[in-house]
Design a protein around this ligand. Structure first.
Ligand SMILES: [Ca+2]
Length: 483
């Protein structure tokens, strides 16, 4: 028999010698709890703290377990002077109803207490900042995401900031070691599509047909991604390259979080050339918009990935009608990157991310782990006469992978000269195939991110990829929409 909880309480009480005292305490305790509930509903927690309630011995539950949002009466102690200040990325807990008030309260107190200037990173000219120590880098986008990067001591974060009700994530800003690890770029020049047989580009040839043999054609809708903006969050783009000249779609580097907007690394240029290069690209009429988040002298860190993502969200907020795809070929272990990506998708941005190149479970990396993000692993196409699709040796795998696209020996634009074409391998190169494919879809539709992902899965080539026995992954290979 199940004894109702209240009865059990009373039965136990009956065993006690001083029944009256117990019942009185019990009633006062219940009364106090009710008062507490009412106060919590009214958000009058300051009253609880100041009101002397000594009517019971164990009143711990009356003290809020976490501090309420930054108290504007007194500035918190930001930590001892001996402790180093470290950069943290903070994402606030907001929803549609409380966005403005959370942002206002939190930032006002930060600015007042820290005596630091707050700058909107999406409008900020970073070269104008002389002293990072005294800046709050605000990456909020109204109604979509609220957060910032600034310096705190570790003990302040652990003991105070991380416990605030309005803080969703506070993670140390870490440099991502070797963000494009294991990627190989060959410097043996290839010949351009216009001047050579298509059999030198099996990657494009493969993604428009189900079965081998390759038909030496790459067939796609005539609109070729026109009117769609693919933001390439990367190292910038070598705009003088012939792949980006004379296209219908425009190519530009619109924003940099890393000094000048030149691609001194080559990674962004090769990714952009697969998205929409004139001869090498999947969607040769799409607009390609570079956002530089890393470069030779600018190591990739969480902050810059978030800055890049939220920058694109701001563009979507400015013009909700824009059809926007984000291509992020880098991975991070920081949940904050996943949160930013998730919010971007909620804002209507189609988000395509690389699975990573470490032959591990893709679920270990953000933003690929985020369910609404389209996460791309890499295949290779074996040589004739026995052509097959295989998962590459380096590709990450597992249930967080949405689908595969070619990612080994892919022809790409180089930064050595305006005509340099080389080849490269990595999920960084399979990812832009999918970004281009989504641009092809969006040029002729108004699909939501959820719908474009569904459509990708629907039209994908099924069960052709070899080598998945020990790296269980959905056997789906990119197929671009038919004309
Ligand atoms: Ca073909």
């Amino acid at each position: 028999m199940v004894i109702p909880r209240e009865n059990l309480y009373i039965n136990e009480a009956l065993k006690m010698e001083n029944l009256d005292v117990f019942i009185i305490n019990y009633n006062i305790e219940m009364f106090s709890k009710r008062i507490l509930n009412i106060l919590l509903i009214l958000n009058l927690t300051s009253f609880i703290i100041s009101a002397p309630l000594s009517i019971c011995d164990d009143c711990n539950y009356l003290s809020p377990q976490t501090p309420s949002p930054l108290d504007d009466a007194t500035c918190p102690n930001f930590g001892g002077t001996n402790e180093p200040f470290i950069d943290y990325n903070v994402v606030l807990k907001t929803d549609a109803t409380n966005f403005d008030s959370v942002v206002k309260n939190h930032f006002e107190i930060l600015e007042t207490c820290l005596q630091r200037g707050r700058h909107n990173v999406h409008e900020l000219d970073f070269s104008s900042i002389k002293d990072n120590n005294n800046v709050i880098f605000d990456f909020s986008v109204k109604g979509m995401i609220a957060g910032y990067t600034t310096k705190f001591t570790k003990s302040f974060v652990e003991n105070y900031l991380s416990k605030l009700d309005d803080v969703a994530i506070v993670n140390e800003n870490k440099v991502i070691e070797d963000p494009f690890e294991n990627e190989v770029v060959e410097h043996a020049p290839l010949v351009r599509r216009a001047k050579r047989p298509v059999d030198k580009m099996p990657n494009l040839d493969r993604i428009d047909q189900e079965n081998f043999p390759l038909d030496l054609k790459y067939i796609y809708p005539d609109s070729a991604g026109a009117g769609v903006d693919v933001f390439v969050l990367d190292t910038g783009i070598f705009l003088d390259h012939e792949e980006f000249q004379g296209r219908q779609g425009k190519t530009k580097v619109e924003k940099t979080f890393c000094g000048n907007n030149l691609d001194d690394d080559g990674h962004g240029t090769m990714v952009a050339s697969i998205v929409g290069g004139k001869t090498l690209g999947v969607a040769s009429n799409a607009n390609i918009i570079g956002v530089k988040i890393t470069g030779k002298d600018c190591p990739l860190n969480t902050q810059n990935i978030i800055n890049g993502i939220t920058y694109v969200m701001q563009q979507k907020a400015n013009n909700p009608g824009r059809k926007i795809v984000i291509n992020l070929s880098a991975t991070s272990s920081d949940f904050a990157v996943g949160e930013a990506a998730s919010k971007a998708v909620e804002a209507g941005i189609h988000f395509v991310a690389g699975a990573g190149n470490s032959n591990q479970n893709a679920c270990s990396f953000y933003p690929g782990k985020v369910e609404t993000v389209t996460t791309v692993a890499a295949t290779k196409i074996t040589n004739p006469p026995n052509r097959q699709d295989w998962i590459t040796d380096f590709s990450n795998y597992g249930k967080c992978v949405t689908l595969f696209a070619p990612g080994e020996n892919v022809p790409i634009a180089g930064i050595g000269s305006p005509s340099e074409i080389t080849s490269g391998s990595g999920t960084s190169l399979s990812t832009p195939h999918v970004s281009g494919a989504i641009a092809l879809m969006l040029a002729n539709s108004d699909l939501t991110p959820e719908q474009s992902k569904e459509e990708l899965l629907k039209i994908a080539t099924k069960d052709k990829i070899q080598g998945l026995d020990f790296r269980k992954t959905a056997n789906l290979l990119l197929r671009v929409p038919s004309p």
